[in-house]
Design a protein. Structure first.
Length: 118
């Protein structure tokens, strides 16, 4: 499985960005694609996930109600729509995939920088 993330940038607080993760290779409906972020000096944080089937979304409380994950079947792409961005959302965002038979996120794309200024 290969993943390629894009869509980062710089916005002011309250703004929006949409990240894209193009997925290729052998991925099945029960596999999961997720978004993670890591700010300087901090541990990687789970942001959201979705089954490749398009169901079963998950969010931590820190982004619930502001971020939305979705999948476009035709484009093999998972999106992360980020609204009402806050300075604390500033981080490198990466997408990853987890096979249905694994508990580990074994496949990672490169990161994309998101910077939110106050």
């Amino acid at each position: 499985v290969q993943l390629q993330a894009s869509g980062g940038g710089s916005v002011q607080a309250g703004g929006s960005l949409r990240l894209s993760c193009v997925v290729s290779g052998r991925i099945f409906s029960s596999d999961t694609v997720g978004w993670f972020r890591q700010a300087p000096g901090q541990e990687r944080e789970f942001v959201s996930s979705i089954f490749w089937s398009g169901y079963g979304t998950r969010y931590p409380d820190s982004v619930k109600g502001r971020f939305t994950i979705s999948r476009d079947n035709a484009k093999n792409t998972v999106y992360l729509q980020m609204n009402t961005l806050k300075p604390e959302d500033t981080a490198v965002y990466s997408c990853a995939a987890r096979k249905f038979y694994s508990s580990n996120w074994d496949y990672w794309g490169q990161g994309t920088q998101v910077t939110v200024s106050s």
